[in-house]
Design a protein around this ligand. Structure first.
Ligand code: ZN
Length: 485
């Protein structure tokens, strides 16, 4: 294993393993000020409130019957916070029941920043899988009978028909864990070996808060400055594009949170559905059966908003209203489906927005993707492969090294911990307007932006981030390869 002894551990990016947590009773962990991290090579790795307290250390070794290795926390004051997080004061009375197990699973899913929990019955066993940083992994295995009990308990709690196993069902579940109220969307579907269940954890402003500051998204300095400057505009349109799971919503919400901070702007959003409730913002939920999107959008203008966020522009009418309202003194933020930033302009024109309107309204176009960051505890550096040198344009840099992931217990052998965004941003300048007016091709526009103006493409932003050790060549290729220009 790696030389963890001298490694500094970042508690906000690793999750303690189940077997490590179980080895120390909660009351003892809180009294000793110790947080177990993992068990590896028959040693217990911990962080301590006072790592120099040898009396506590020997007490701990006696208690657990294993040699203990003390890791240095990146921020020492966070140890107490994380001990409370892992060992909440309120002990569940449901221990040993299916609902107790559910609480434990949801608790671990929250700690590991999972977005979804899957209960998958298969031929031999039931598998509980978590989606963490966009990737699925097995968290726990249960006998099939235990899995069925668990699924039934969730069905009861989320208002589903417990007797019905043959048709898909949808419901909603809310759990209190410690002081956090966790809401989840529940869905079942029959599979070959029984009913499968998926829980989508709905973000809340408090679960979002660590991530959703604009300067935490991974934008480089120029991108961040450009975005902030554009958000200062009193009117105009900012459009984001990217496939599902590329972090568009997080960026939009971060922008709204930034805009609402001074408390001087009236912010309205129209969403389908409202993904995260935000204090201080009037969020209108579209329910296609009752409220028509475009009518809602038109009526928002009568409510005197300074900023309007539109979840997604899907059709010509929405595009038209969005653009026109931005011209009458509103800042409009929205997303639009396109492969890259230049494709956004082409898509607007395809939707029938006339070039003059695009030109007078559009301020900034952003394309984005999410990539994973290498685990700081097991990452190594090595020279890039010939293919990567070619792909990222590193042929002239003989000395350069790139992160290579390995995998260790702290990242569950995945080699990765945490994510950040890749961005491509095009400010709509006089030349872009000229080219849109003349109906020049996407290629010509790309050439001007990325060659003449040397703006960063997603791939170039990725190359910079690899060089800084923030992500790996594999990750950048995974998200930009297919539709890179
Ligand atoms: Zn690792």
């Amino acid at each position: 294993m790696m030389s963890l002894e001298k490694n500094v551990i970042d508690l906000s990016r690793v999750v303690s393993s189940r077997d490590a947590l179980r080895i120390l009773p909660p009351a003892m962990a809180r009294r000793l000020g110790v947080l177990p991290i993992m068990i590896a090579d028959e040693k217990l790795y911990v962080v301590m409130e006072d790592g120099e307290d040898y009396l506590v250390l020997s007490q701990l070794e006696n208690l657990v019957g294993l040699p203990v290795i003390v890791l240095k926390p990146k921020t020492p004051e966070s140890v107490t916070v994380f001990i409370r997080k892992y060992y909440p004061e309120q002990v569940s009375e449901l221990d040993g029941t299916p609902l107790g197990l559910l609480e434990e699973i949801v608790f671990r899913a929250m700690l590991s920043r999972s977005s979804d929990i899957h209960f998958d019955p298969e031929r031999d066993n039931g598998y509980i899988r978590l989606r963490i940083d966009g990737m699925i992994r097995v968290e726990q295995t249960l006998p099939l009978a235990g899995m069925n009990e668990l699924i039934s308990a969730v069905k009861v709690s989320s208002g589903l028909n417990i007797a019905e196993h043959r048709i898909p069902q949808d419901g909603q579940l809310t759990l209190w864990i410690g002081n956090d109220e966790i809401s989840m969307r529940v869905a079942t579907v029959p599979t070959l070996y029984g009913e499968k269940m998926t829980l989508r954890i709905l973000a809340t402003e408090s679960t979002l808060s660590e991530l959703a500051e604009l300067d935490m998204l991974g934008m480089n300095e120029q991108h961040l400055q450009l975005f902030l400057d554009t958000l200062e505009s009193s009117h105009g349109v900012i459009l984001l594009s990217g496939p599902t799971g590329s972090g568009k919503t997080t960026t939009l919400y971060a922008a709204l949170r930034h805009l609402k901070k001074p408390g001087t702007l009236h912010i309205l959003s129209i969403e389908d559905p409202v993904e995260i409730p935000l204090d201080g913002i009037n969020q209108i939920r579209i329910d296609s059966e009752r409220i028509d999107f475009n009518r809602a959008l038109r009526s928002t203008l009568r409510h005197d908003p300074d900023v309007i966020m539109i979840g997604e522009i899907r059709d010509a009418e929405t595009a038209d209203i969005a653009i026109k309202s931005s011209l009458t003194g509103h800042l409009v933020l929205s997303t639009l489906h396109a492969n890259d930033s230049v494709g956004v302009i082409a898509r607007l024109l395809n939707l029938g927005v006339v070039p003059e309107l695009v030109n007078s309204a559009l301020r900034l176009v952003i394309a984005q993707r999410l990539v994973r960051s290498p685990c700081p505890h097991c990452v190594r550096l090595e020279p890039p492969s010939t293919v990567d040198r070619e792909f990222f344009g590193w042929n002239n840099d003989a000395e350069m090294l790139v992160p290579k992931t390995a995998g260790c217990p702290l990242c569950n052998q995945t080699g990765y911990a945490g994510r950040l965004g890749l961005y491509e941003m095009i400010p709509v300048d006089r030349n872009v307007r000229e080219m849109v007016r003349n109906k020049e091709s996407e290629d010509a526009l790309s050439h001007y932006l990325f060659n003449d103006r040397s703006l960063l493409t997603l791939r170039a932003d990725g190359a910079e981030k690899i060089r800084k050790g923030l992500t790996t060549p594999e990750e950048v290729k995974r998200v930009v390869y297919l539709n890179d220009k």
